[in-house]
Write a protein that binds this ligand. Structure first.
Ligand code: DHB
Length: 390
């Protein structure tokens, strides 16, 4: 009898060990980040990786008795690769949490793997509204395009901008930005005279901008993903759109802090709406920016970095709250409802939607100390994702 119990215990143990979704060895806690470290979205990967390393350097690599191991994998923003890497990280490396996800298609590709394996998935970059609904194991620390775009749809018509052409990257976040900006603009008495969509891969903005010039709107509203803003700005200025009296507005992705200072004085005065500016005026942010710049020479943290930094915080705090003993479900429960002061300002993870609730700021590009920054001049407080109400 005793022998049989022992045998079945051994059988159970070996089954557990063979189970594809068993977790890391007891004394380590593994975080697997899947990021675009190469390719068109590489700046997103570099920013998030730098921020994750900074968070660990500042907060230690032992939490609740566990040694934190950070594994970073490059998916080059290619969804098939993201999916394979998510599987490998969970099955082979036995990570406790997956995170990162530089673009929407990558996040959507990994979502079913998180659900199947009950692994918390922290989306630190991708920003289409629908993402959090793709798996109950997703928590988001970035933002949503509707959050940012609605704010601009309110600001623009109140500031003399009534007739607008929209220009967005033709995929999830661009379509969200176009839709929510347009709805709000029309609600406020404005109009979208043309809605242009450019391909995500290797876009050529020139023919689109020529069309915009001919249409002579009060403003061009732009969404392009992080890393593509400088090209838009360059061609906008080269075509003399600003001199033709067309203003450039958009969500803050287009005046991305990673590239902004190299865009030149032509960017001065561009107004955007977003959740993070490197010049956000708080003690917490000043500390964050100084530490990030000291650890990464020549780099300024952008909104991707802050998504990564806060994502690491959400994971660390969940590990602390579960005293290092939590299952995926326990960790997820401890991520929901977290509230804290981020370098971006106050934020919390809505327990119902698992999405981020945060301030959205209206900012204008200004020169501060000889450098270009998005200076925040208005704040919409505690904005929930407007996409969730639909
Ligand atoms: C997404 C990517 C970005 O680089 C960005 O600035 C916003 C959204 C995305 O793919 O979801």
């Amino acid at each position: 009898m005793k022998k049989r119990v022992l045998l079945s215990a051994i059988a159970a143990a070996s089954l557990l060990a063979a189970s594809p979704f068993s977790f890391a060895a007891d004394d380590t806690f593994k975080i697997g980040l899947i990021l675009p470290m190469t390719g068109q979205q590489a700046s997103t990967g570099k920013q998030i990786a730098a921020a994750a390393h900074l968070y660990m350097a500042q907060n230690g690599s032992t939490v609740a008795g566990k040694k934190i191991e950070l594994i970073i994998k490059d998916d080059a923003a290619t969804p098939d690769v993201t999916k394979r890497l998510a599987q490998e990280l969970i099955v082979n490396d036995k990570v406790n949490v997956i995170g990162g996800f530089g673009v929407t298609p990558a996040a959507l590709a990994a979502a079913p793997i998180a659900t199947q394996s009950k692994t918390p998935m922290v989306v630190m970059a991708a920003a289409t509204s629908i993402i959090t609904q793709a798996s109950p194991y997703i928590v988001r620390t970035s933002f949503t395009l509707p959050q940012a775009a609605v704010a601009m749809g309110d600001w623009a018509p109140k500031n003399g901008i009534k007739k607008v052409v929209t220009l967005v990257s033709d995929y999830g976040p661009g379509i969200d930005a176009e839709k929510f900006f347009k709805e709000r603009l029309i609600f406020n008495g404005g109009q979208v005279v043309e809605a242009l969509r450019v391909p995500l891969r290797s876009p050529d903005f020139a023919p689109f901008l020529q069309k915009v010039r001919d249409l002579k709107p009060d403003a061009l509203f732009v969404f392009v993903p992080s890393g593509a803003g400088a090209a838009v700005m360059k061609q906008f200025l080269e075509r003399g759109m600003d001199k033709a009296g067309i203003k450039l507005i958009g969500t803050g992705d287009v005046t991305d802090d990673d590239q902004l200072n190299d865009m030149g004085d032509g960017a001065l005065g561009v107004v955007t709406s977003h959740h993070y500016s490197a010049s956000h005026n708080s003690a917490t942010n000043k500390k964050f920016v100084a530490a990030f710049e000291a650890a990464n020479k020549g780099m300024r943290p952008n909104f991707m970095a802050v998504g990564g930094y806060d994502g690491m915080r959400v994971i660390y705090e969940a590990l602390k709250a579960t005293k290092g003993k939590g299952t995926g479900d326990d960790l997820l429960a401890a991520m929901k409802g977290q509230i804290f002061e981020s370098p971006r300002g106050p934020m919390f993870i809505d327990a119902q939607t698992r999405d981020v609730v945060q301030n959205i700021y209206i900012r204008k590009v200004e020169k501060v100390g000889g450098k270009l920054y998005n200076t925040e001049f208005d704040t919409l407080k505690d904005v929930k994702d407007p996409g969730k109400a639909k």
